[in-house]
Design a protein around this ligand. Structure first.
Ligand code: UDP
Ligand code: MG
Length: 336
């Protein structure tokens, strides 16, 4: 009976110092497993020589390491998607390339898959160098999203997980949305899921690519693509404020007719009400704008990423003739 295939997908953006040690320790772990293992490294438009380092890694392990060079930096989630699209294993393992996701956890992920789980999600017990600020903002974000969204998203989940072939197929063929929040999609698809805890180590080298701005945009993507609640809050708020101003109108008429002495024409209250309502309108217009912007991106139907060049391992990438997956795959109404 042929051995089952595992494909590991790791996106890398400016990881020149860490990528070598990462691949070394990854291959050591994969060698100890009784599966045909291949690795897809995605160069997400790196500018620090990571691309060349990846080419060298492919040259050193031509039968096991495939490299996808994206045409520019498309972002972590798009790079991850590129790798997942090209993976052809019976199970696909996604992980970061900075050694914060320890390759030594892979045997446990695989074991759980063998027990029958389709999604084995790694959950951080703690991150050694996260910092108070990152911890706080991350907890606040997951509290908000789990309050607002019907899809439960694991608070300490990260993009370190194993997906069985059926789940990976769903991602390849059905889930082609551009505004991507992969950890939300993983919860949304269902299937038999289990969690495996680990301690995230500090980065081996370099620094995080998630600046505060990127984190905000990531949080916005998560919220907008997994919750319509903010729009409902806008409607509720608008309705409540209208009701309040209507009651105030009734009171004003009442006061004019019956309590005329107490009616003092006041600029302050007029300006306060005006600015408050103006502020609310702008806030909610902006909120609605965020959703429209997302619809706009989806409707343009641009590819999620563009592969400029690929180095195929002898096994491991979906073979030529299967057709490159991703944007050209059927299954999405936007990509017939
Ligand atoms: N990454 C990427 N494209 C980006 C940003 C990050 O491919 O635009 C990769 C990065 O090289 C790493 C993983 O995504 O392998 C996670 O990024 P990072 O370690 O910066 O995030 P953090 O662990 O700080 O949340
Ligand atoms: Mg990291």
């Amino acid at each position: 009976m042929p051995r089952q295939k595992l494909t590991v997908v790791a996106p890398a953006y400016n990881e020149v110092e860490g990528i070598g040690p990462f691949v070394k320790s990854l291959l050591e772990v994969l060698d100890s497993l009784p599966y045909d293992c291949t690795v897809i490294l995605v160069n997400d438009g790196a500018t620090d020589g990571t691309g060349e380092a990846l080419d060298r890694l492919h040259a050193a392990h031509p039968d096991r390491i495939s490299v996808l060079h994206l045409s520019r930096n498309f972002g972590h989630q798009a790079a991850l998607t590129a790798g997942m699209d090209y993976a052809d294993g019976d199970a696909v393992i996604c992980m970061d390339a900075d050694l914060q996701h320890p390759p030594s956890l892979i045997p446990e992920l695989v074991e759980r898959w063998q027990q029958g789980f389709d999604i084995v999600q790694a959950v951080r017990r703690q991150t050694a160098d996260a910092g108070l600020m990152k911890d706080l903002t991350s907890s606040a974000f997951y509290a908000a999203i789990n309050f607002l969204s019907k899809t439960r998203i694991e608070p300490n989940g990260c993009d370190f997980r194993l997906l069985s072939r059926p789940v990976a197929e769903v991602f390849r063929k059905e889930l082609r949305e551009r505004d991507r929040f992969v950890r939300g999609l993983v919860s949304w698809v269902g299937f038999r899921t289990c969690l495996v805890e680990f301690d995230a180590s500090p980065r081996f080298a370099g620094h995080t690519k998630y600046s505060f701005r990127k984190m905000l945009s990531f949080a916005r993507t998560g919220l907008v693509s997994f919750s319509k609640m903010p729009l409902k809050v806008a409607v509720f708020f608008g309705f409540s404020v209208s009701l309040l101003s209507l009651s105030y109108g009734v009171f004003a008429v009442f006061a004019y007719v019956f309590l005329s002495k107490q009616v003092i024409p006041g600029w302050a209250s007029t300006i306060l009400v005006g600015t408050f309502l103006g502020g609310c309108q702008l806030l909610f217009l902006g909120l609605i704008g965020e959703y429209i912007a997302t619809i706009f991106d989806e409707i343009k139907a641009r590819p999620l990423y563009i592969v400029a060049r690929e180095q195929r391992a002898k096994t491991g990438l979906a073979q030529a003739g299967d057709g490159p997956p991703g944007p050209r795959l059927p299954g999405s109404p936007l990509h017939p």
